[in-house]
Ligand binder design. Structure first.
Ligand code: HEC
Ligand code: HEC
Length: 288
């Protein structure tokens, strides 16, 4: 019976350390950010119902989107090659084929109206214009015109994308993923001049940043890294999850294997403990 009591005491203290102390220390050491806000409540809502046909005219015309961006899925190539674009804007403007899949509608509307507000980089563009010009309107109700363009982008968006495609379209103008042989299309020196810091390669992000950190950081970089040069990206929840999955598959490909091993190891220790106990009991019986 004595050894059972000792075992009980050991289990009791192990549990206290595991459940009580570790998460407590963790919560003290890590900055707590507000939970991710996928409705982008800080941005003014646009409740207009968009017209797809009118939206298409605006995107190709007064909206000027194709003056800087490609829309490859409908055959519109970029007006400049990558090197010229990154020298001109600091970063290569992303292709717009999938933005209706990736980004929240309200976020997109606010982005078209005033990029530095939607991207949360006002602090960096107080005295200079943002490289993406604000849409000034085509003469009608500007909110209606913006809603029209957003509904056009939603109408051409793919229904499904792979995790890697989401990463490339949303993050690939600034970040590389060398472990998956993906190199960003913007030039490093232009990015450094534009952002004031060089966006890191994200191959092993998942090893040095927790999932919880990434969930709030990607949704709102300023919440975790005040004053950071990384703009808010405006992803919907599902594509953001796809990006974190992608990080896990590239940076921690052994995770599933490791996790499936845990119950086996625990099972081994339980059986081992029982055997050791029975063995000890039989030994004592012989001695007595
Ligand atoms: C004068 C050039 C220019 C025009 C015109 C322009 N953009 Fe952009 N756009 C950019 C640049 C440059 C970026 C990248 C900015 C950055 O990453 O800091 C960008 C970024 C974007 C992004 C990515 C935002 C994010 O959350 O990461 C979207 C979406 C976008 N533009 C849509 C549009 C649409 C829609 C239009 C037309 C209404 C448009 N752009 C017009 C230059 C332009
Ligand atoms: C316009 C360029 C740009 C885009 C687009 C961009 N990032 Fe960043 N990112 C940066 C910069 C610059 C930094 C370095 C920030 C710093 O040091 O302040 C950074 C840093 C990071 C970090 C490291 C954060 C840390 O705590 O050190 C992660 C993770 C990250 N980005 C993820 C993403 C993801 C995921 C996307 C796409 C959804 C993305 N980024 C899109 C520019 C960008």
């Amino acid at each position: 019976m004595k050894e059972l009591k000792i075992l009980g005491v050991v289990i009791f203290f192990t549990l206290i350390v595991y459940i009580g102390v570790e998460p407590f220390a963790h919560s003290q050491m890590h900055h707590k950010a507000d939970p991710a806000d996928f409705s982008f409540k800080d941005l003014p809502p646009n409740n207009k119902v968009g017209d797809i046909t009118r939206g298409k005219e605006l995107v190709m015309g007064a909206g000027a989107c194709t003056g800087c961006h490609s829309i490859k899925s409908i055959g519109i190539e970029a007006p400049m090659d990558d090197a010229t674009a990154s020298a001109s804007y600091g970063v290569v403007p992303p292709d717009l084929s999938s933005i209706g899949y990736l980004y929240d509608e309200n976020f997109l509307a606010a982005l078209i109206k005033d990029p530095k507000v939607a991207l949360k980089v006002e602090h960096k563009f107080q005295n200079k214009p943002h490289p993406m010009s604000s849409f000034a309107g085509a003469g009608g109700d500007i909110d209606q015109e913006i809603a029209d363009m957003v509904s056009y982008f939603k109408s051409i968006a793919p229904k499904k994308m792979s995790d890697k495609e989401v990463f490339i379209d949303a993050c690939g103008r600034c970040h590389s993923m060398k472990y998956d042989k993906f190199i960003r299309n913007s030039d490093s020196k232009s990015l450094q001049d534009y952002l004031g810091s060089n966006p890191p390669d994200l191959s092993i992000t998942i090893r040095w940043k927790s999932k919880e950190y990434l969930e709030t950081f990607i949704n709102n970089p300023q919440s975790q890294l005040h004053g950071t040069a990384m703009p808010r990206v405006g992803l919907k929840e599902a594509p953001q999850e796809q990006i974190i999955n992608y990080f896990e598959s590239v940076g921690d490909s052994k995770k599933a294997e490791r996790e499936s091993l845990t119950p086996k190891i625990i099972g081994f220790f339980i059986i081992f403990t029982i055997l050791a106990y029975l063995w000890k009991k039989s030994m004592w019986r012989e001695v007595q």
